[in-house]
Ligand binder design. Structure first.
Ligand SMILES: [Zn+2]
Length: 390
């Protein structure tokens, strides 16, 4: 075969591999739980709102370090829901400067560890246009990296949040589907906040508005969307994360903040009970003590309500797959996890290959040779010599 013909074949094959089948309108008769759900504001299982557990998902983004772990311990540790099960929260961890001994600690406290990329790099357009291979290195490899250095099970890592909530069309979802990641929690909805959108799968076309394009349009079975339902600020403007709302109570007004959080919660609680997300960065709480106090007061309230449950985000997907009414849900066993020992190493002066820095790393494994990064998530000895010999 001539080279040009071979090349043509390679190009066509690559194009086909890259193109997903355009999703069709969702047919509720064909798309059924537990593996398929149309995008909709309907309560799963056709439950009435009063029979539906109101889930609250608290999430924190970015690196875990010796500053923000103090807030996590103060705000979260020891909380229980009214069914006496430990309350959950989800950490979308980015790799750089993360202390993996603290990631191990969070896992052992029952919180969920999820993925927020290895590089978290700018510009934001990098994420909008990232290739399949780039996102495979950012997320699938980050799962391997995190499991290894935090010494936690790979299977426990199920969720993805793209940096800057910048969607990348079908690409991130294709990577998730190919590597067994369960759900994404990056996709903002402003239009479906009252009533709010419940989680759904991507086998069929989504009705969700695309706030940060490009959003997925392909049919990607097996992947769940956990919509980021926007809050409404004091001027009726939508905001995806609590720390991005603009018209807000004064930052030292604890009572005002408590009311602000509560009024957003009540839109869900007195509505269709779609999961209520409290999405925030730790720095916002630690630099605004009144906001932190209001947040803790809000958690104290919901932890005492018999129909509200503060859970890991993955637990919401589990419930949607098998939606049982509150009275049955309260009877269920609490989530369980196997505590994972941390064989701790402090690694000084770990040289990077992607920049001129060297890093200090706290891990639950042996120290890496170089700083783990894209293409080398375990930080192994870089191959040397001419590329053709590698
Ligand atoms: Zn981030």
């Amino acid at each position: 075969m001539k080279w040009s013909v071979v090349l043509l074949f390679v190009c066509v094959a690559a194009a086909v591999a890259d193109e997903s089948v355009l999703a069709e309108d969702c047919d509720e008769e064909l798309c059924k739980l537990p593996d398929c759900r149309c995008s909709s504001t309907n309560i799963p299982g056709g439950l009435a709102p009063r029979d539906t557990p109101q889930f609250v998902t608290v999430t924190f983004d970015d690196g875990v370090n010796n500053q923000n772990i103090l807030t996590y311990r103060e705000v979260l540790y020891g909380r229980k829901n009214s069914n006496n099960c430990p309350a959950g929260a989800t950490f979308y961890v980015s790799h750089e400067y993360t202390n993996y001994q603290f990631v191990n600690e969070l896992y052992n406290q029952g919180y969920e560890i999820a993925l927020h990329s290895i590089s978290h790099q700018t510009p934001q357009t990098y994420w909008a246009t990232a290739s399949y291979d780039a996102l495979k290195e950012e997320f699938a490899d980050q799962r391997v990296l995190t499991a290894h250095f935090a010494n936690i099970p790979m299977d426990a890592i199920k969720g993805v949040r793209l940096p800057f909530l910048q969607m990348s069309g079908d690409t991130s979802f294709k990577v998730m589907s190919d590597f067994g990641l369960v759900y994404d929690c990056s996709w903002i909805t402003n239009n479906y906040s009252d009533p709010a959108l419940w989680p759904y799968t991507l086998k069929y076309k989504s009705i969700q508005d695309c706030v940060v394009p490009p959003c997925p349009t392909g049919s990607i079975p097996n992947t769940w969307v956990q919509p980021m339902v926007s809050w409404t600020d004091l001027n009726n403007t939508k905001c995806a994360m609590a720390d991005t709302c603009y018209y807000i109570p004064e930052l030292d007004d604890e009572a005002g903040w408590f009311q602000f959080i509560l009024s957003n919660f009540e839109r869900h609680y007195f509505g269709n009970r779609a999961p209520f997300g409290y999405y925030v960065h730790e720095w916002y709480l630690s630099t605004n003590p009144a906001v932190k106090a209001a947040f803790m007061r809000f958690l104290d309230v919901i932890n005492n309500l018999s129909d509200v449950f503060m859970v890991n985000s993955a637990e919401v997907i589990d419930w949607v797959k098998d939606p049982v009414p509150i009275n049955q849900y309260r009877e269920k066993a609490c989530k369980s996890w196997i505590p994972s020992f941390c064989p701790a190493s402090s690694c000084g002066n770990v040289p990077a290959t992607h920049n001129q820095n060297s890093y200090w790393m706290q891990v639950c494994n042996v120290c890496p040779v170089v700083y783990p990064w894209l293409g080398n998530p375990l930080g192994l000895e870089p191959a040397t010599g001419p590329p053709e010999l590698q």
